[in-house]
Design a protein around this ligand. Structure first.
Ligand code: PMP
Length: 410
């Protein structure tokens, strides 16, 4: 739209000026990781130049400042996803870390033989493997919501897969391959009418494109990685309802989480969320995460999503106009920020390598979603994914690159 400040946004991301192979960088691998604006980069550098210290440890000025940053960010993130209190926000390394924490803490202690877990065939490996390991260890059944031909969840099968022994349902907010946004409210309602299952939402992809309201969703856990929402890698969030967090045991144990330790007795732990944050915290990441979310808020998630959806319709229009004969895997999914495709029978790595010669960065391979690849009967796909700073010039260069490749093969 006319009032979307694309020029200003692009000027805030220094990497967008980069040349790759003598071409301007066309960065279309945003679903893997997003680039960072100056405010995020500078806030980390400022922290290390002026404020570096260990949070929640000492009484000196700098340490108190770091503690303050952590707790203020906790509140800021709670507001961002509308958690009812900041104690429901746990700092983790990222989505993978959070799901493993939930599987190993909540899962190990509250899921037992005879129970079952439900996930879906579209999940990222991070939301499959922890459950497969737990299921094997505890001899519990792991069920999968099957997919329709276009890769969306077959929701008519959902209620038959849930029973009173379903203890956990873990679903992605948005597919990292085909970009489908799952109807979470509908799914969660079905789950709640049929069971008392705990609901975990993998927000790794959803968080940068959709407004999240965990109270409205009524999910039990919502987890995401900072690096997919313009913050650095190594910092992420696990939201959990406070009554659940209170019941859970720490998983990674060590410094900073105990009331008492002795050589002979069991240790006693501090309250949640802090009992899940053992070891020295990634304070610079936490500072930068707050700045990243502030930046996103200054543009507005809904505006970002509208911009990306418009770019998607422009992309589809150009693909048709230029007669580019791609195998598109998410044809029906109009409101998406990514396209997944193959180019005739060519290997995705070959297409990715050729596009890279023109400075175009896309994702290739199995996207850490091999079951989804199997659904489409391919070993890999190309994926072009958008972010708030993607513009029509990026799309034009991408289309141009594809035309050059098409001509190569004629
Ligand atoms: N789930 C989904 C849907 C993802 O897209 C990703 C990242 N590709 C992850 C989980 C894992 O996130 P991370 O690597 O940041 O832990």
């Amino acid at each position: 739209t006319v009032d979307y400040p694309i020029k200003k946004i692009r000027s805030n991301f220094p990497i967008l000026n980069k040349m790759i192979n003598k071409y301007p960088l066309t960065y279309l691998d945003n679903a893997a990781t997003t680039q960072k604006p100056d405010v995020v980069i500078e806030s980390q550098a400022y922290y290390y130049r002026n404020e570096c210290s260990s949070a929640h440890r000492s009484v000196h000025s700098l340490s108190t400042l770091s503690t303050d940053y952590m707790e203020k960010t906790r509140l800021y993130v709670a507001n961002f996803i509308n958690a009812s209190k900041s104690e429901e926000i746990v700092f983790v390394k990222g989505t993978t870390d959070a799901i493993n924490l939930i599987a190993n803490s909540w899962g190990r202690n509250f899921i037992n033989y005879g129970d079952n877990i439900l996930i879906s065939e579209m999940e990222h490996h991070s939301n499959i493997l922890p459950w497969q390991i737990l299921a094997k260890e505890k001899n519990i059944k792991l069920n999968y919501i099957p997919l329709l031909y276009d890769g969306s969840l077959n929701l008519t099968k959902l209620s038959t897969l849930i029973d009173h022994r379903t203890r956990l349902v873990s679903i992605t907010h948005m597919s990292n391959v085909v970009g489908i946004i799952n109807p979470l409210i509908e799914i969660i309602n079905i789950v709640h009418t049929k069971s008392n299952a705990i609901i975990l939402i993998d927000g790794a992809q959803g968080i940068a494109h959709q407004l999240v309201d965990v109270q409205k969703l009524n999910c039990d856990f919502y987890v995401f990685s900072g690096h997919k929402i313009y913050a650095p890698s190594g910092i992420g969030i696990m939201y959990g309802k406070s009554e659940l967090l209170k019941k859970m045991k720490p998983w990674i144990v060590g410094g900073g989480i105990v009331k008492d330790v002795s050589l002979t007795q069991n240790a006693t732990f501090i309250d949640s969320p802090w009992k899940f944050e053992s070891g020295s915290s990634n304070v610079s990441g936490i500072v930068a995460l707050r700045n990243a979310i502030k930046y996103v808020n200054s543009i507005g998630i809904e505006n970002i999503f509208r911009h990306e959806t418009q770019l998607m319709s422009y992309t589809r229009h150009m693909l048709l106009k230029k007669n580019l004969n791609l195998m598109l895997y998410n044809k029906n999914n109009k409101s998406s920020s990514m396209i997944a495709f193959n180019f005739k029978l060519h290997n995705s790595y070959d297409i990715g390598t050729l596009l890279n010669q023109y400075g175009i960065a896309i994702r290739t391979g199995h996207h850490c979603a091999i079951p989804l690849m199997n659904h489409f009967k391919v070993s890999g796909m190309c994926r072009a994914s958008f972010a708030m700073y993607t513009n029509t010039e990026d799309i034009d260069r991408f289309i141009d690159g594809l035309i050059r490749i098409q001509n190569l093969f004629i």
